[in-house]
Design a protein around this ligand. Structure first.
Ligand code: ATP
Ligand code: MG
Length: 449
């Protein structure tokens, strides 16, 4: 900016000097020669006469202090008149035409510069009018401007980094404070939050986002901890049953049939344990996205009929009527074993939680280009509050929680996970005391519609 400013000021000053010279030269010319009288141009002799006379106007421009004025005989190079002796030798190139030039003049030990304007008028071909002015003052102004700009440059050059450093430091204070708090947050205590009130406006959004992230992490950690605790708890029960069974059986010698009974009860618990282990493994795999679906064409109608039939004897025992309305040839792309799990878990629940003499209805049809599977029962129903938690792992409603019905509380969590993997939805329609309806929708590929 300083350079641009300096060039602009210098150019403007030079323009001013040129303008003044031009103006003065034209004024003098109009005093000396009459531009109207082109028929009668004055020559050197006329001019000498004029200068000899005591014309006041001529006197005044010849005694000008500011400008150096001289009249030159073009043919001989003689100076006819001059306001002062400026030590500028007359050269041919100077007087040949109208133009501006800058000439150096030795002044004391210095070299002074003079801006010269030579005016040649066509109607006075014999005489050249020269007006000059010393550039000393212009140079002084230019020097002043230069000094001021250098000073400004030095001042801003030192102030800018200093104030930049100061401002950056001040802006970093809240960030440092935030960083300190963040550094203190530890996985063992995820309840800490960044202070929104004391943070700057600019940081507010960051702090909010960070706190929201902490909320999510805390929730995830809580769920994870709960899951581990629940899993451990579920593992302990069959293990202690086996432990007690073994201790009792081994306390003294038994008959073959007694050993057989003991082993059979252990077998049951081992089955339970291995089912739990498989389920936990499945969750671990889907959580880390390791489980990939074995997708192939599945005939849902055939599959549903097969699963419903499996529950025949259990339902008969409880005098539960299972009806099905399955549209024929419902086909889609999916993992058959996993899809069986969804339906199995839902029908299992319906039969398990519906009291004797109740009804279970399985409906499958195409609704809005999706397969919709509904499993409806006349059981105890699920309250709205429970509906939000029922898909959580290991969640069991207190009303149904007893070891006779003996689930882990994982059936619905698995079903939901598989539905998600198939990009479907699962939801509950239920009123306490009036039965439950689970509705699963699964996307169906265009070619099966
Ligand atoms: P698991 O399925 O692992 O053997 P579970 O049946 O207890 O055990 P979920 O299938 O996840 O676990 O069901 C969770 C809880 O939801 C059940 O314990 C039960 O309280 C309630 N529930 C599920 N389905 C029904 C239903 N059809 N009617 C009433 N309550 C139900
Ligand atoms: Mg279940």
């Amino acid at each position: 900016m300083s350079i641009v400013l300096y060039i602009a000021i210098s150019t403007w000053l030079e323009g001013q000097v040129n303008n003044n010279l031009l103006l003065t030269a034209n004024q003098i010319a109009s005093v000396l020669y009459d531009p109207e009288d082109i028929q009668n141009p004055i020559d050197v002799a006329d001019l000498r006469l004029q200068l000899a006379g005591n014309n006041i106007a001529t006197q005044s421009f010849l005694s000008d202090q500011l400008f150096f004025v001289r009249l030159i005989d073009v043919s001989s190079g003689d100076i006819l008149a001059a306001s002062a002796d400026y030590k500028v030798p007359v050269t041919f190139s100077q007087i040949i035409d109208t133009h501006f030039e800058t000439v150096g003049v030795p002044e004391d030990n210095d070299l002074d510069e003079i801006r010269l304007y030579t005016l040649r008028l066509s109607y006075i071909p014999q005489i050249a009018l020269q007006v000059g002015v010393s550039l000393e003052e212009t140079h002084e102004i230019q020097g002043d401007v230069m000094r001021i700009l250098i000073l400004l440059l030095l001042v801003t050059g030192t102030l800018a980094p200093l104030s930049g450093w100061f401002l950056a430091n001040r802006a970093l204070v809240p960030i440092r404070a935030t960083a300190r708090t963040v550094a203190e947050i530890h996985e063992t205590d995820l309840t800490q939050r960044l202070d929104l009130a004391s943070s700057e406006i600019e940081l507010e959004q960051l702090v909010q986002t960070f706190n929201a992230m902490l909320d999510r992490i805390e929730q995830a950690f809580k769920r994870q901890r709960q899951f581990t605790a629940d899993a451990a708890h579920e593992l302990r029960t069959p293990l202690s049953i086996m432990q007690i069974g073994l201790d009792v059986t081994l306390s003294h010698s038994r008959s073959v049939s007694e050993y057989r009974m003991a082993l059979m009860s252990i077998q049951e618990e081992v089955q339970r344990l291995s089912h739990l282990a498989n389920t936990l493994l499945m969750f671990a795999r889907t959580d880390s996205h390791e489980l990939s679906l074995e997708v192939k064409e599945v005939d849902l109608s055939v599959m549903l009929n097969m699963v419903v039939e499996q529950f025949g004897s259990v339902a008969d025992e409880k005098h539960i009527t299972v009806t099905r309305e399955v549209a024929p040839s419902l086909r889609l792309e999916g993992d058959e074993d996993q899809l069986i799990q969804i339906v199995f878990n839902l029908i299992d629940n319906a039969v398990k939680y519906t009291p004797e003499g109740g009804r279970v209805r399985v409906v499958a049809q195409i609704v809005k280009q999706m397969v919709e599977i509904t499993i409806e029962d006349t059981g105890p129903g699920i309250s709205l509050e429970e509906q939000t938690r029922i898909f959580d792992r290991f969640y069991r409603m207190d009303t149904t929680r007893n070891r006779n019905q003996g689930g882990f509380g994982l059936g619905l969590a698995i079903a939901k996970r598989i539905v998600d993997l198939h990009r479907g939805t699962i939801h509950i329609i239920s009123t306490v005391g009036q039965g439950t309806q689970f509705v699963v929708t699964l996307p169906i590929q265009q070619r099966y519609l």
